[in-house]
Design a protein around this ligand. Structure first.
Ligand code: NAD
Length: 254
């Protein structure tokens, strides 16, 4: 018996990096998982891995920044799996599709727009399309992925960090809008995580440097996030909404 038996979960950006771990962990608790990913090959590979482990998964190539693509993803989920209970908004331009780490003067307007279109508007589009299904059944879980980086606002990546700060406000408003329907909306904020499959020595050095300010001084890995994710999508957190859960080994206390 899994904690999520009979549930259907959508994980955006669920084919690579940390999202792949969320997809597999949620499936491991018995939910059918829709891997909604712009990288169609990665989506299929993750869905295949879940099936090999005895779980149920559906790969749907999805661009979260495109309303039609998001609607197609929701329609396919309902057509093939019949319902939606859980939405994990994890997709972002960040590592698999990299962004630059530069100061405001070097940052292009195009990259600013791309980050807001995928990382923020994408969350709006997926929630807008999924919320009617959650309201109808008067139960659901939405987990929006934020980032611990927005608590300190270190220099560089003002587009990424400010969009992650927006996730917190977005989550609080939606928690209020959906409380009467027993739909919980929370932010899960990872610290600096070694999520790349084949990280360059430079990336490894950067992730190692993050350990210095932690209470628990080691590199954070995707596995460190799955327990918090499973808590936020399971009935164990049914009276917790509008919150941000920071999982970063104790880098920041807020
Ligand atoms: N790794 C970290 O240090 C860290 C820290 C804090 C927060 N986060 C957040 O955690 C989440 C996962 O990060 P990650 O490290 O695995 O990065 P990642 O770049 O590997 O994962 C993002 C996923 O989103 C997908 N994606 C990109 N654009 C998309 C689109 N338009 N539509 C659908 N899918 C799209 C990518 O293909 C990828 O699979 C992101 O939201 C990221 O901002 C990561």
């Amino acid at each position: 018996m899994g904690k999520l038996d009979g549930r259907v979960a959508i994980v955006t950006g669920g084919g690579n990096g940390i999202g792949r771990f969320y997809s597999k962990a949620i499936a491991g608790e018995g939910a059918a998982v829709v891997v909604a990913e712009v990288d169609g090959i990665a989506a299929q590979l993750t869905a295949d891995e879940i099936a090999e482990d005895g779980g149920r998964a559906l790969a749907v190539q999805t661009d979260v920044s495109n309303a039609q693509s998001v609607q197609h993803m929701v329609d396919e989920t309902i057509r093939q799996l019949g319902r939606i209970d859980i939405l994990v908004n994890n997709a972002a331009v960040f590592a698999t599709i990299p962004i630059s780490r530069v100061g405001i003067e070097e940052l292009s307007e195009d990259e600013w727009d791309l980050v807001y279109r995928v990382n923020m508007k994408g969350m709006f589009l997926t929630c807008k399309a999924v919320v009617p299904h959650l309201k109808k059944q008067r139960y659901g879980k939405i987990v929006n992925i934020g980032s611990g980086s927005m608590l300190e606002g270190a220099g560089g990546r003002i587009h990424y960090t400010s969009a992650k700060a927006a996730v917190v406000g977005f989550t609080r408003v939606l928690a209020h809008e959906l409380g009467d329907y027993n739909v919980c909306v929370n932010t899960l904020a990872p610290g600096s995580t070694l999520s790349e499959k084949d990280p360059t020595p430079e990336i490894v050095r950067m992730r190692e440097a993050a350990t210095a300010r932690r209470a628990i001084k080691r590199v954070q890995r995707p596995e460190d996030l799955v327990g918090a994710m499973l808590f936020l999508v399971s009935p164990d957190s049914d009276f917790i909404t509008g919150q941000m859960l920071l999982v970063d080994g104790g880098s920041r206390f807020y």
